[in-house]
Structures are given as C-alpha cells and as structure tokens.
Design a protein around this ligand. Structure first.
Ligand code: F0G
Length: 432
C-alpha cells in the first residue's frame, strides 16, 4: 500500500501523514495491491445479514476495496451509505429520455454524500492519532465532519464562508458541536488559508484533498453497481464543485474494472453551475490547465467554488471514462429541482444540476433517449429550505435577476371557517 503522486509519480508509504506530495505538491492517490477479488461480491452480499457496525456501514461493508484500515474498532459508523436507487419517470420525461434513476445520497445520516467520505477519513484520523480535525466547507462537509468527529470523540473545527452556506447545514454543524468559524471570504480563499495553516496548528484536514475522503466516497459506486446487479449503466451524472466526488467515483470504477468486478466503465458527466464552471471552461477551450473563477456565483451554494482542488484527478477520470462536463444556468437548476421535487424525491439545488445537465446533453444528442442513466443526488431537500420557500413564493433571485417559478406551489392562508375550507378543497379537486 502506498501513495502515488499524480504530478510526479513519486510514491510514499501509506503510513505517512501527508495530504499532498511532499516533493511537488501534487495530489495523492491511495494505491493498493488488491490481490484476488473473485469472492468479494459474495462476501459483500453475505455481510448484509450481519448486525456488526462495520458490516452495516455502506462504506466498510466493501472494506476489501479500501484496505488501508485493518483495525475496524477505529470506525465510528452512523449507518452511512445504504442509499436507494429511485426511478423517476417524470424526471425522465422532463429530460427527454426513456428512463432516469437517482442514487440519492441525501438519505445519508447527515443528508449528503460527504458521510461516505467522512466515515473513512475520520477512521484515518484516528489511525494517525489525530485529535483535532478541520475542514473548509460550503456546508455539507462541515455538517458531516461535525457529526463524525463527535461520534468518534474528536474535536471538530469548521471554517465556512460567512453568510454563504445554506441554513440546514450551518444548523447541523452547531448541533453536532463543531467550533464554527464564519470567515469573511469565499470557499477558495479560506481553503488556501487553512490548507497552509493546518499542519502547524496540529489540525488534520478532512477536505477532499485528503485521499481517504475519496476512498470512502468511491464506495458510492460500489454500492450502486451492486444495486444494479453489476450491470454498468451508460452514464453516471453528478454535480461538480471541488471535484472530489467525480475523482472518487472514477477511481472506484476503474478499480472495479481492473479487478474484474465490472466489465467496462460508464461515462461520467459532471455538471457545474454556470457561474462556477472552471472545469467546463477548461475542457471546452481544450486548455491544459484550469483557470480559476475568482468570484464564483450560484444559488447552489454547495458548488459555489471557483478553484476546485481536485481538477487534475477529475480530468483524468473524465478522460478515462470518455466523460463530459456540462453547465446549467440558475433557471435550469431551479426548474430541474422543482421537477425532482414533484417526483416525491426532492434534493438540494446543487444535486438538481444533474437533471438540468441530462436534459441539455439529451437535447444535444450526447445522451441518447434509450441510454441507461443514473444521476447522483448529492444532498437532501431540507438542506436549503430558504431556496425552496423563495422559489415557491416567486422571489428567487440570481445576480439581481428574478427567476421564473414555473412550478410554484404557494401556501394558501385560510380562515377557520367551514365554507372557506370547502371552497379551497373544491378548487383543488377541480385541478385534478
Ligand atoms: N453536491 C453537494 C450537495 C455538495 O455539498 C458538494 C460539495 C457537491 C455536490 C460537489 O462535490 O466538491 O466533490 O465536486 N460540497 C463541498 C462542501 C464542497 O464543502 O460541502 P465535489
């Protein structure tokens, strides 16, 4: 087991406490000599009958594919993973394709896919004997880290851009007991600051630059493939912010293919918000490096990121899978989100970028109507209730422009009067 640097190919023992390459500063992959994997599928299935915490974890049930942890007592599981794959016919019609399925990571204990990565990276922090853990976050990472650190008896410190994260996420960080520092600056500025300070302050950084976050998140793909009976879909669609998740998915998929667990790779499609789309611009312009967006803008605050740390890994995975990157406007995200809501599924704004992107890629002929498409909804509908209430009251604004609330559903005030009630219900019945 070793780290390999994506920049200079140097290798380092996996026992070292490093996040990036000590030689060139490049991103690190956790690499393993896996050995024989022919029994893994049945071992993983068998564990579903077990009541042991490590087996009930939707991450460590697949522990053969993240073998850095041998001492299972270091795992503080909150029952992460185990998320459903949901059919959404109305969303498919909206996107103009035959079928779309959502792998909904909002069903996680803190309501986002970060829990898959956090259970793994917090176990790693304990393996290294670190006590103080930190992250910079647009909200979900901080909520998740706060919960997992609390469960593991570690001290969590979160850094968030002041006034820029959704209410549900801030509330979670406070409730789980994290020291919550609201910094005047955007995500990219704060991450740069904290990344340089973390080692000297004795803080173990749990952002997705930490390879062990990605090790946990790659199991989202393992669980998905098991749910699909190991039949590989044509497309996996996900939103892109700091680009950790696409890096994790790509690594997991390549490892599964190399191990013979799946026959081929699905194509990855990353969807970015139009005002925070540096990867989209890089690929569109066939540039060799990413140019950061200095002032990223989007109401999908989770992906309001202009300088994504994991872009080299994301590019690698898009190349390996013949993947694509698309953008969605604020209006497209809002409409797609309301559509997912009307399916009875719901998600936070960033997650809805997936459906908006599928619709565009289908219109362009990149995704075909009969393609098998799985989109990953990354966060729970209740993460950002403010966005929802504004949308339905027709007051959602992006960059000073009022968005159209095509699917608005406004609450109706009513006096405590039987006649008024009857009239209101008759009106509802009339609309079918
Ligand atoms: N969707 C949601 C709901 C997120 O919270 C994030 C990232 C993403 C998508 C993008 O994933 O960064 O791996 O490309 N949230 C981070 C955070 C940045 O701090 O919670 P990515």
């Amino acid at each position: 087991m070793h780290f390999t640097c994506l920049g200079c190919n140097a290798t380092f023992p996996l026992t070292e406490n490093i996040h990036t390459c000590p030689r060139c500063g490049g991103l690190l992959d956790a690499c393993y000599d896996f050995g024989e994997a022919s029994s893994w599928k049945s071992v993983w299935l068998e564990r579903r009958k077990s009541q042991a915490a490590a087996d009930r974890s939707g991450v460590f049930r697949f522990r053969e594919i993240l073998p850095f942890l041998s001492d299972l007592s270091l795992i503080a599981s909150l029952g992460e993973g185990n998320t459903p794959v949901l059919d959404a016919p109305a969303a498919a019609r909206y996107a103009g394709i035959d079928r779309v399925r959502f792998k909904h990571q909002g069903f996680n204990p803190t309501g986002s896919f970060k829990d898959n990565g956090m259970v793994s990276a917090v176990a790693r922090a304990r393996q290294l004997g670190m006590r103080l853990v930190a992250c910079v976050s647009t909200g979900n990472t901080s909520a998740s880290m706060a919960a997992y650190a609390a469960a593991a008896g570690l001290r969590p410190v979160v850094f968030v851009p002041r006034g820029e994260i959704a209410m549900g996420k801030l509330a979670q960080a406070l409730e789980y007991g994290a020291t919550t520092l609201q910094v005047e600056g955007n995500f990219d500025v704060i991450l740069k600051l904290v990344f340089s300070l973390a080692p000297s302050l004795g803080m173990y950084l749990l952002n997705s630059v930490n390879p062990f976050r990605l090790e946990g998140q790659k199991t989202i793909m393992v669980e998905l493939m098991e749910q699909l009976a190991w039949r590989v879909p044509d497309w996996i669609v996900l939103p892109g912010g700091n680009l950790g998740n696409v890096s994790a998915f790509g690594k997991g998929l390549r490892e599964m293919r190399d191990l013979g667990l799946i026959a081929r790779l699905p194509r990855l499609a990353v969807i970015q918000a139009e005002g925070a789309a540096p990867l989209y611009h890089m690929l569109r312009d066939a540039a060799t490096a990413l140019t950061p967006v200095d002032h990223p803008q989007t109401l999908a605050t989770a992906i309001k990121i202009g300088a994504p740390v994991s872009w080299p890994k994301a590019v690698r995975e898009l190349r390996a899978s013949n993947g694509v990157c698309e953008v969605a406007t604020e209006q497209e995200i809002a409409d797609a989100k309301a559509t997912i809501g009307r399916c009875g599924i719901g998600c936070e704004p960033a997650s809805a970028a997936t459906l908006a992107g599928i619709r565009k890629l289908a219109a362009a002929g990149t995704i075909r109507a009969d393609d098998d498409v799985v989109a990953v909804l990354t966060g729970h509908v209740l993460k950002d209730p403010e966005y929802i209430l504004k949308y339905h009251s027709g007051s959602l604004e992006a960059n000073g422009v009022r968005l159209t609330s095509k699917y608005a559903n406004q609450p109706k005030p009513l006096p405590a009067d039987p006649e008024a009630l009857r009239k209101a219900l008759e009106a509802t019945a009339a609309t079918g």
